[in-house]
Write a protein that binds this ligand. Structure first.
Ligand SMILES: [Cu+2]
Length: 125
């Protein structure tokens, strides 16, 4: 009888654990770091291509090491993603956070310089 009770308890625990697993997963937090570098006059946020899933919370830490000065970052069509980042040591970091609430391909660019090499954010359905 003890064995049956123990087995029943284990089974109930397994069912309960399974019930927890089948709940909708909490939104993932995707964290990235992108550094602005300069190669022969080309300013580049590196990496400049990010892949997330719809519903994810996204956090991108931007560090500007380009000697040419302040550069900016923005993701077209997603509010709250624009930041200008100074290149002064100790003050050259900004964090952009947003929720990827729509799927698609979004252009990443520097709003200050049209020639700044751009990138893309891919939000999967
Ligand atoms: Cu720029």
């Amino acid at each position: 009888m003890k064995h049956i009770l123990a087995a029943s308890f284990v089974l109930a625990a397994a069912v309960a654990a399974h019930a927890v697993e089948t709940k909708a997963p909490a939104a993932a937090v995707r964290e990235f770091k992108s550094v602005n570098i300069e190669v022969k006059g080309n300013k580049i946020w590196s990496p400049s291509f990010f892949v997330v899933k719809k519903g994810d919370k996204v956090k991108i830490t931007l560090v500007n090491t380009a000697p040419s000065g302040v550069h900016a970052f923005a993701i077209e069509g997603i509010a709250g993603t624009e930041a200008s980042v100074d290149n002064k040591e100790g003050a050259n970091t900004k964090v952009v956070e947003f929720t990827a609430d729509k799927a698609g391909i979004f252009r990443i660019y520097c709003p200050m310089h049209a020639g700044h090499v751009g990138g893309q954010l891919l939000v999967l359905e």
